[in-house]
Design a protein around this ligand. Structure first.
Ligand SMILES: [Ca+2]
Ligand SMILES: [Ca+2]
Length: 466
């Protein structure tokens, strides 16, 4: 009798457990991503940008502030090529917020073998931002150092707020972020000065030259730019009223534009612009900071566009814009914009179709940039340690319910909480999650009793083999 009750009880518990896991699996389908990081490669000097060539090679190009671009040639092993792709450290001015700051490849690369860089330089005592085109040499891993063609230059009145991002939009035009010229509180109100290129987002056409008499300006103004023909306005403007739009990105699926603008004393902000926008937005600096009105300076008349997300000083002091994740590895992360604060190490996910769906993850500080691989996987550069991390969603592998660390190994537990000897599946890595803080390399191990598909899933995630 007792045995029978025990058997019934066992059956009931089993059914309850089965039901619980069934319900849990239903919730898992629409689970929120759980943002984490692990190291891919290290040894870089002040990495401030990450780019891909979109040529199927899946190389990551790491921009060092001091003037070199290096190539991670094989992401799964973190192999960095010994020779830099480009070295212009003898030309540029670097340090603080100055240096080699931006890199983008031509949309038709490698058929059109151009790439573009954004850097600061001192010429006859004047600090300038320059956008320069280079050509790749016969060796796809080496740029032709003698191929430089200047696209444009802008004088910088102070050495900070150089922004410096460059990206091609889905329209094929080149977008260039310009800071407000620096110092603090935009003392000369450049961001609202329609005769100055500072404090704005520029849009130019690099397929020709509207300025044949000017060797320093080699680009065209798209006829559909919002201020073409407006007296007193620079026609290069796409939008204005920005303070230090350090990093922008276009959603590779929708073409929507995300602009992260670094704040002064009150707010860090994310601005959103839907693909197909006519441009011309005034993002409000410096009569507004985030959704606040500090009244540092008056804004020009007309409507202002507020950010879709901003955060206060307690959460961060310098925003590093990211990307909307469109890779294949992490289904729960798809469609989320990932952004971080350089000072506090907070990361956020923002649902690109519901801006109220925002989650904060305290992870890792000194993230200077994000970047996408050819395949849309997301990477982050930690400037002070010179390390590149893969952004990772730990909900990706079915049946992983717990992550823990013992004796410098990372353990992943499944729903049966097996505890056999771990299986090491990857090289020593650094791993960061909101619940686990480690700062030194350690090895990754998973339980030997995992189903083969779960082990395979984590092996792919850890080694980046997609
Ligand atoms: Ca010219
Ligand atoms: Ca703003």
């Amino acid at each position: 009798m007792i045995l029978k009750i025990d058997a019934d009880f066992y059956l009931m518990i089993s059914r309850l457990l089965f039901f619980a896991f069934f319900v849990a699996s239903l919730f898992r389908v629409s689970a929120q991503p759980q943002l984490e990081l692990f190291s891919v490669a290290t040894g870089f000097s002040s990495p401030v940008s990450i780019a891909n060539a979109n040529d199927g090679s899946n190389r990551l190009f790491i921009v060092e502030r001091g003037g070199q671009i290096k190539i991670i040639n094989h992401i799964p092993t973190g192999t960095v090529l010994p020779l830099p792709f480009l070295n212009i450290s003898g030309i540029i001015a670097s340090g603080g917020e100055s240096g080699l700051l931006g890199l983008v490849f031509h949309p038709q690369f490698p058929d059109t073998p151009y790439f573009f860089v954004n850097y600061t330089i001192n010429e006859t005592g004047q600090l300038k931002t320059k956008v320069v085109r280079y050509t790749v040499s016969a060796d796809p891993n080496i740029a032709d150092i003698n191929s430089a063609l200047q696209i444009l230059e802008v004088d910088q009145p102070h050495d900070n707020h150089n922004a410096g991002d460059i990206k091609f939009g889905p329209d094929g035009y080149l977008y260039i972020t310009m800071g407000d010229g620096g110092s603090g509180e935009d003392p000369d109100n450049y961001a609202q000065d329609t005769a100055s290129l500072l404090g704005s987002l520029l849009r130019i056409d690099i397929s020709g030259d509207d300025f044949p008499a000017d060797p320093d300006a080699n680009y065209m103004i798209p006829p559909t730019n919002p201020f073409v023909g407006f007296p007193g306005y620079r026609e290069e403007f796409w939008s204005i009223g920005l303070r230090n739009p350090w990093r922008i990105s276009f959603d590779r699926m929708t073409g929507d534009l995300w602009i992260a603008d670094v704040g002064q004393v009150m707010r860090e902000e994310v601005n959103f612009q839907q693909n197909g926008s006519a441009g011309g937005q005034n993002y409000g600096w410096s009569c507004k900071e985030g959704n606040q009105s500090p009244f540092f300076n008056p804004c020009i008349p007309g409507p202002l566009t507020d950010p879709i997300f901003d955060y206060v000083r307690a959460d961060g002091r310098s925003i590093t814009g990211g990307f909307v994740y469109r890779g294949n590895a992490f289904s729960n992360l798809k469609g989320y914009y990932v952004v971080a604060d350089y000072a506090t190490g907070n990361f956020w996910t923002i649902n690109s179709t519901n801006f109220n769906d925002v989650t904060k993850f305290p992870l890792l500080s000194n993230i200077a940039s994000f970047g996408e691989s050819d395949s849309g996987e997301l990477y982050a550069a930690k400037r002070n340690s010179g390390t590149i991390y893969r952004v990772f969603d730990s909900t990706a592998c079915e049946d992983v319910v717990q992550i823990s660390v013992h004796n410098d190994s990372l353990y992943l537990a499944d729903s049966l909480i097996n505890s056999d000897a771990p299986v090491t599946i990857g090289p020593a890595i650094q791993y960061f999650s909101p619940n686990i803080e480690l700062s030194s390399p350690f090895s990754v191990a998973i339980n030997a009793n995992f189903e083969a598909q779960t082990i395979s899933c984590f092996q792919q995630i850890i080694t980046g083999q997609f």
